[in-house]
Design a protein around this ligand. Structure first.
Ligand code: NAP
Ligand code: MG
Length: 404
C-alpha cells in the first residue's frame, strides 16, 4: 500500500522520560508504516533544552505559529532535584508555560471515553471538554492578612495621575483577610475567541458560566465580552453549523452539567476551570485518558497528552523491567494533530487514517486488551493486561483489521 502523503509539516516536539519512549514506539509502529510523515522536529527533551539555553522551546513555539499545527510530548519542568539529576545550567521555566505565553492560547481538556469505562456520573455518554482561562484572577492577586482593626480601600489612578476610583472595601473592627485581583480585556477577548474557534472546529455547543449576578462589574465584563464577540464575529457561523452558544450562572451550569449527557465545551474562568477540570477528569476515569489541546486566538493548534512524563515507569524501564504505560493520550495527540493538519490541507485519506487509528485504539481496549491503569476501572470480565509495547502492537493489529 502506498503511504499517505502530507503537504505541510507538523511541528513535532519531542520530550522526556517514559513519554519519550512511547513517542518513538508510536511513530515506528503506528505512524511511519502508513504515512510519509512530514515533521519539523524540535527536541524539547531536557538535555537539548539545556544545550540550547532553552532557545529550542521558543523556536518550537514560533514554528507552531508559522505552520499552525504542532504535537508535543510530555516534558520535565525542572525543579531543584532535576537541576541536580541532569546537571542543568539553570532551572528552566515550564516549556508549556513558555509555549502558552508565545501562542497566547487557551487550553482545552477532553477525556477519551469508552463504553467499558463508565463515568461516575451515569448520564454522561459523551465527553465534556473544559476550556480554562489561564490568566489572572486569584492566580495573580495581591493579598493581605489584616492584623487589626483598620480601613481597607481600593483606588485607581489613571496614567495621567487622576484618581478615578477611590472606595472603602471594608472597615475592619478586628483582624481579617483582604485580596485585590484583576484581569485584562485583551486576555478575556483572546479567551473568548479561542473558545468560539474551538467550538467551530469540533462542532460542539459552547457553554460559558460566571457569577455575574453577584459580581456586577468583574464577572459581568467576562459575560459582556463573550456576548459581544459572539454577536459580531461568530453568530452566523454557529448558526450555519447548527451549534449554540449558551451563557448561564456558574451554579446553574454545575447543576446542568451533572444532569447532561455531555458532548459540549464548558468555558470557565481561571479558578472555576482549575477546580472543575479535576472533577470532570476524575469522574471520567483516568489521567492517562485525558487529551489536551492549546488553541490560540489566531487559530494555531498544539496537541498533547494531559499527563506528565510518567517518571516512576521510566525508572523501571531503565532498570530493564517491562512497564505497562498507557499510550492512549499521546497517540490521540498525534492523531488530533494529523487530523487538523489534514483538514487544513484537504487530505481526506489522512483524516480517515486519524479516525481509523482512534477507532482501532478504542476497539483494542473495548475488546479487553489494555494497560494496567485501565484494568482496574474497566467493567469487562475478560481483561488482558499488556505491557507498553505490546499494547501499541495490538492497536496496530486492530488498525490493520479496520483499514484492510
Ligand atoms: P505524571 O507523569 O502524569 O504521572 C503521575 C502518575 O500518574 C504516574 O506515576 C502513574 O501512576 C500515573 N500515570 C500518568 N500517566 C500515565 C500513563 N500514561 N500510563 C499509566 N499511568 C500513568 O505526573 P508526575 O509524576 O507528577 O510528573 C512527572 C514529570 O512530568 C515531572 O517532571 C513534571 O514536570 C512533568 N509533567 C509534564 C507535563 C507536560 O509536559 N504536559 C504535565 C505534568 C507533569 P502510577 O505510578 O501509580 O502507575
Ligand atoms: Mg487543579
Amino acid at each position: 500500500m502506498a503511504k499517505i502523503q502530507m503537504r505541510t509539516p507538523l511541528v513535532e516536539m519531542d520530550g522526556d522520560e517514559m513519554t519519550r519512549i512511547i513517542w518513538d514506539m508510536i511513530k515506528k509502529n503506528l505512524l511511519l508504516p502508513y504515512i510519509d510523515l512530514k515533521t519539523e522536529y524540535y527536541d524539547l527533551g531536557l538535555v537539548t533544552r539545556d544545550e540550547t539555553d532553552d532557545r529550542i522551546t521558543v523556536e518550537a513555539a514560533e514554528a507552531v505559529k508559522k505552520y499552525g499545527v504542532g504535537v508535543k510530548c510530555a516534558t520535565i519542568t525542572p525543579n531543584a532535584q532535576r537541576v541536580e539529576e541532569y546537571k542543568l545550567k539553570r532551572m528552566y521555566k515550564s516549556p508549556n508555560g513558555t509555549i502558552r505565553a508565545i501562542l497566547d492560547g487557551t487550553v482545552f481538556r477532553a477525556p477519551i471515553t469508552l463504553d467499558c469505562i463508565k463515568p461516575t456520573v451515569r448520564t454522561w455518554t459523551k465527553p465534556i471538554t473544559i476550556a480554562r482561562h489561564a490568566y489572572g484572577d486569584i492566580y495573580k492577586c495581591t493579598e493581605y492578612r489584616v492584623p487589626s482593626a483598620g480601613k481597607a480601600e481600593i483606588k485607581f489612578t489613571d496614567k495621567d495621575g487622576n484618581v478615578t476610583f477611590d472606595e472603602t472595601v471594608f472597615d475592619f473592627d478586628c483582624p481579617g483577610v483582604l485580596m485585590g485581583m484583576y484581569n485584562k480585556d485583551d486576555s478575556i477577548q483572546s479567551f473568548a475567541r479561542a473558545c468560539f474557534e474551538y467550538a467551530l472546529s469540533t462542532e460542539q455547543d459552547l457553554w460559558f458560566s460566571t457569577k455575574d449576578t453577584i459580581s456586577k462589574k468583574y464577572d459581568h465584563t467576562f459575560k459582556d465580552i463573550f456576548e459581544e464577540i459572539f454577536e459580531n464575529e461568530y453568530k452566523a457561523r454557529f448558526e450555519a453549523l447548527g451549534i449554540t452558544y449558551f451563557y448561564t450562572l456558574i451554579d446553574d451550569a454545575v447543576a446542568r452539567v451533572i444532569r447532561s449527557e455531555g458532548g459540549f465545551i464548558w468555558a470557565c474562568k481561571n479558578y472555576d476551570g482549575d477546580v472543575m477540570s479535576d472533577m470532570v477528569a476524575t469522574a471520567f476515569g483516568s489521567l492517562a485518558m485525558m487529551t489536551s489541546v492549546l488553541v490560540s486566538p489566531s487559530g494555531n493548534f498544539e496537541y498533547e497528552a494531559a499527563h506528565g512524563t510518567v517518571t516512576r515507569h521510566y525508572y523501571k524501564h531503565l532498570a530493564g523491567e517491562k512497564t505497562s504505560t498507557n499510550s492512549m493520550a499521546t497517540l490521540f495527540a498525534w492523531t488530533g494533530a494529523l487530523r487538523k493538519r489534514a483538514q487544513l490541507d484537504d487530505i481526506p485519506e489522512l483524516v480517515k487514517f486519524a479516525d481509523d487509528m482512534d477507532s482501532a485504539a478504542i476497539k483494542t481496549i473495548e475488546s479487553g486488551f489494555m494497560t494496567k491503569d485501565l484494568a482496574g476501572i474497566c467493567e469487562l470480565d475478560d481483561v488482558t493486561v499488556l505491557n507498553t509495547e505490546d499494547f501499541i502492537l495490538k492497536i496496530r493489529e486492530v488498525y490493520d483489521g479496520i483499514a484492510g
